[in-house]
Design a protein around this ligand. Structure first.
Ligand SMILES: NC(=O)C1=CN([C@@H]2O[C@H](COP(=O)(O)OP(=O)(O)OC[C@H]3O[C@@H](n4cnc5c(N)ncnc54)[C@H](O)[C@@H]3O)[C@@H](O)[C@H]2O)C=CC1
Ligand SMILES: CC(C)CC(=O)C(=O)O
Ligand SMILES: [Mg+2]
Length: 371
């Protein structure tokens, strides 16, 4: 695909809570990195959505915002939701789930890797080798129940899990693609199907379709794990993981557990990818407990934006955008490994503004390392 003109349009949705704090920091860094890399200009267009906007306007995801997301080249998303702001039926305002459905963002890509300089949560020195990708199905699974669940009476409530052949095939194919890309960089080239096929028919079906897809990828290996044992091994030996693929709800839970392995949500980026669209957001939420204090770690937002630049580089054949992504990752790594700034999330003194300043000032060092 070629670019329509010289500029790529990025729909920016800061959202709520710390989403509004880490987003401006991120735009500053992306501007600095793309300029340094000589990459095409990105036009950021900010749009309203989220719980706070709902409280002001009565609309959580305006049609104009959704339309802008559809028309944009990529979407950069902070975080949305606020426990005290709810729809009249009591449900939480989480427009990101609507965006996933509306834009067909079926693959939640959640890489977890340890960065030199981070305090080790796990005592085993092999924890420094943690580097795996969790691929979460995002358009069905147990989240299918959203808006469909039923509290039948004061004694019973029901939610339904949906697993389809097409939904499982596409996310599994996606996971094998990632494993192949990683294998080229020396990783094992293995995909683990994470399920609960010993109990649920839906999960046995997920595993069956996974196996059919795996048979088409003889250059890669596969295995299976029940989600409970997988959770155990995620804590005991996460350095053995390569690519994991799983259902929506399991993926939601495991991705926060995975972030815990490297010390917190502030280092956990993610990408929501579909056939046409890509939305990039940290895996964390709006963090009401720290919002407004300026102390959020913006690194997950930075690393999510780097994933966006890589995705745009591949989509539009613009390698300088990938160069900018390497600069951003390198700058985060340099900041942490030299202890130029230690995020408050990790017991340091660097608030969001200080982390941002340090990462931007580390771009030059990252450029020397990349060269
Ligand atoms: N993708 C999204 O927009 C998501 C939205 N949410 C929404 O966010 C709200 C809060 O949810 P929680 O369950 O509290 O999850 P959360 O991810 O917002 O926070 C969990 C814990 O991690 C900490 N944390 C998260 N990001 C951090 C960062 N960048 N730097 C330092 N510490 C960080 C928070 O302070 C909190 O202690 C809810 O309304 C929820 O629905 C939750 C998860 C994802
Ligand atoms: C608010 C949630 C539904 C979203 C979430 O937790 C996530 O995307 O990880
Ligand atoms: Mg989550």
């Amino acid at each position: 695909m070629t670019m329509k003109n010289d500029t790529l349009t990025i729909a920016v949705l800061p959202g709520d809570g710390i989403g509004r704090e880490v987003m401006p920091a991120c735009l500053e860094l992306v501007n600095a990195a793309t300029t340094m890399a000589g990459a095409p200009a990105l036009a950021f267009q900010t749009h309203n959505a989220g719980a706070q906007y709902y409280a002001e306007s009565g609309d959580a995801l305006p049609a104009s915002t959704l339309d802008a997301c559809r028309k944009s080249d990529a979407i950069l998303f902070g975080a949305m939701g606020w426990p005290d702001i709810r729809f009249p039926d009591g449900t939480e305002i989480i427009p990101q789930l609507d965006l996933r459905m509306e834009l067909g963002l079926f693959a939640g890509v959640r890489p977890i890797r340890w960065f030199p300089g981070l305090p080790r949560v796990l005592t085993d020195p092999r924890a420094e080798q943690i580097d795996f990708v969790l691929v979460r199905e995002q358009t069905e699974g147990l989240f299918y129940a959203r808006g469909r669940g039923e509290i039948r009476n004061d004694e019973e409530a029901y939610d339904t899990m949906q697993i389809t052949r097409s939904g499982t095939q596409r996310v599994t194919e996606f996971a094998f693609d990632i494993a192949r890309q990683r294998k080229r960089r020396g990783k094992p080239g293995n995909v683990t199907c994470v399920d609960k096929a010993n109990v649920f028919q839906s999960m046995a079906f997920f595993r069956k379709v996974f196996d059919e897809v795996a048979d088409r990828h003889s250059d890669l290996t596969k295995d299976h794990a029940y989600v409970d044992a997988l959770a155990l091994n995620m804590v005991k030996k996460p350095w053995t993981f390569d690519v994991l693929v799983t259902e929506n709800m399991f993926g939601d839970i495991l991705s926060d557990l995975a972030a815990g392995l490297i010390g917190g949500m502030g280092m956990a980026p993610s990408a929501d990818i579909g056939d046409k669209h890509g939305l990039f957001q940290p895996a964390h939420g709006t963090a009401p407990d720290i919002a407004g204090k300026g102390c959020a770690n913006p690194s997950a937002m930075f690393l999510s934006a780097a994933m966006m630049l890589d995705w745009l580089a591949a989509k539009f054949g613009q390698p300088t955008l990938a160069d900018a992504a390497r600069l951003m990752e390198g700058a985060v790594e340099h900041t942490l490994s030299t202890k130029l700034a230690i995020p408050m999330e990790y017991g340091g003194n660097a608030n969001c503004a200080e982390m941002t300043r340090s990462v931007i000032s580390s771009l030059s060092a990252a450029r020397k390392e990349v060269a």
